[in-house]
Write a protein that binds this ligand. Structure first.
Ligand SMILES: Nc1ncnc2c1ncn2[C@@H]1O[C@H](COP(=O)(O)OP(=O)(O)OP(=O)(O)O)[C@@H](O)[C@H]1O
Ligand SMILES: [Mg+2]
Length: 508
């Protein structure tokens, strides 16, 4: 085995590595990150082929997501522990194998199915903060007989850069909600339930009128009243249904990132703008753009949005070309925009542009007759999701739900039903399965402290801890008005932990 060569900072390969890493420092999409990494690896190590494999969410398989060169591995999968890639994925240690035929770990299945002949493999983990996300593989060096330890060192460094770029890309794409998984679950998740209340009838009338036009719609209402569900329903009822529905939360990103998110950017328009990218306006062409929390939009972007609403055209960040799009805007906010206009935090001219068809979503406490229909829908939804037979709801339970003032609106009702389903042992949801604050609103307010009294004794400790954790998290979220950052602060957790916890507890 060749001894590890001292790292010469003037080494052409390390200079190339630094240049390639710098190109990944921005907010590129995962696919762009993989492509850039593989291209750089192929050139710098002078390879016949290279590929990237990711460990799937179950942690049992490595799936090749992109390859370069004649060994076509895309979509190929091996089990963690199997083959060289599987071994590296399992142990997190890089490997140099210069004669694959003599290494028992080599898995011939890949060559057999691709018709390619592998001689030598270099394989490094994609590790981020001690977690192994996948592997990167270099195959067959050109013009050389063997890989060296120095090659492995370079590939390992690439692996670390790629892994952190992937993590960042994943976080950004989760923010965008552009996740395919999310989209598949979305249609059921965003089902709009209309109740018998007059208030909701009025909403339905306005929403169906709006659906028949391309006018801008402004949705107003407290947090959790269903602005987003109504926004999606308008899209689905409209002639744009076949077009995209694109949602952007105006508070999720910094002003600069949001600007490029909305309008796109040209290559090199700012540090990290690795490639040209289309903005959400372009992606929503022919469909609907949902601008959530519009009341929080920064003044510079308010001006830019106003221009799009007036002229239906704009330029990408750093671009000259005028782009025209056919997009219907649905904007939502729980702020009183009239007050914001008066206080000069929201432009009056923009307010009038948005305020074409305005739908005020009533608070749930103003339409308690809609509670039973919503409960029925949520019971069906969560029973299906948790794989349980459909539960009944006792009359007293329903009476109790109708008597509560629902400060957190439909979202709170939805959480209460979900929690009750987790707790219910028999075939019927009883009053005792409801959160204490809902069963006994006044007592609940006095005891709202920790929720420990809410955990029934029949549960084993693990289940009880989950119920308790879920309660604390739900309450912190409610107290934080749905903001995960604020809720994490209240719970004394880093936001990434809260987000993982919410996922595990099925809270999002
Ligand atoms: N009429 C409804 N039918 C079915 N589900 C609803 C309805 N209204 C609200 N929900 C559910 O309640 C939750 C909150 O709704 P949504 O996200 O639309 O509220 P929002 O008004 O956008 O709240 P926020 O201002 O906090 O973003 C969602 O999970 C949604 O599916
Ligand atoms: Mg919302």
């Amino acid at each position: 085995m060749a001894a590890s060569a001292p790292r010469d900072p003037n080494d052409r390969r390390w200079r190339g590595f630094v240049a390639a890493s710098a190109r990944l420092a921005g907010d590129a999409e995962p696919a762009d990150v993989f492509a850039a990494i593989l291209d750089a690896v192929i050139t710098l190590l002078d390879l016949e082929a290279a590929s990237i494999g990711l460990i799937d969410p179950t942690g049992t398989r490595v799936r090749f997501v992109l390859s370069r060169g004649p060994a076509k591995l895309d979509e190929f999968e091996v089990e963690v522990g199997v083959g060289i890639a599987g071994w590296v994925a399992k142990t997190g240690e890089g490997l140099v194998v210069n004669d694959v035929a003599r290494d028992p770990r080599f898995f011939k299945g890949i060559d057999e199915s691709s018709g390619f002949q592998t001689r030598a493999i270099l394989c490094a983990p994609l590790a981020h903060e001690e977690r192994i996300l996948g592997i990167i593989e270099a195959i067959n060096p050109n013009r050389r007989d063997a890989f060296t330890e120095a090659d492995l060192e370079l590939l390992t460094a690439f692996g670390a850069v790629a892994a952190s770029a992937m993590e960042r890309a994943r976080a950004v794409s989760a923010l965008r909600g552009s996740n395919a998984e999310l989209r598949a679950a979305a249609s059921e998740r965003y089902k709009l339930v209309l109740g018998p209340s007059r208030a909701m009838r009025a909403v339905l009338d306005l929403a169906s009128t709006a659906a028949g036009s391309s006018s801008t719609v402004l949705l107003l209402g407290e947090s959790g009243t269903g602005k987003e569900v109504v926004g999606r329903a308008i899209h689905h009822w409209s002639t744009r249904e076949k077009g995209p529905f694109v949602a952007v939360n105006c508070t999720a990103l910094s002003t600069e990132l949001l600007e490029s998110e909305l309008f796109g950017h040209e290559r090199g328009s700012f540090t990290g703008a690795v490639a040209q990218r289309k903005g959400r306006f372009e992606l929503a062409d022919g469909g609907t753009l949902f601008l959530d929390e519009i009341g929080e939009l920064a003044p510079s972007l308010q001006a830019k949005l106003l221009r799009v609403l007036q002229d239906r055209e704009f330029q990408r960040v750093g671009g000259e070309k005028t782009i025209r799009v056919d997009v219907r805007i649905v904007a939502a906010t729980n702020r009183d925009l009239r007050v914001a206009v008066r206080e000069r935090t929201f432009r009056e001219d923009l307010y009038y542009r948005l305020n074409v068809i305005t739908i005020d979503l009533p608070a749930l406490r103003e339409r308690l007759e809609d509670v039973p229909g919503l409960v029925e829908h949520f019971v069906e939804h969560f029973c299906r999701e948790m794989g349980r037979p459909l539960l009944q709801v006792a009359d007293e339970t329903l009476a109790c739900l109708r008597a509560y003032p629902w400060p957190g609106n439909v979202r709170e009702l939805q959480n209460a039903v979900e929690r009750a389903i987790v707790l219910t042992r028999g075939a019927t949801i009883r009053v005792a399965d409801l959160p204490r604050d809902i069963r006994e609103p006044d007592v609940g307010a006095a005891h709202a402290g920790n929720g420990a009294n809410d955990v029934p004794d029949e549960l084993d400790l693990r289940e009880a801890i989950d119920v308790f954790t879920r309660l604390r998290v739900t309450r912190a979220l409610a107290a934080a008005g749905g903001s995960q950052t604020d809720a994490a602060r209240r719970l004394g957790l880093p936001q990434s932990n809260l987000s993982r916890l919410m996922k595990r507890l099925g809270l999002r």
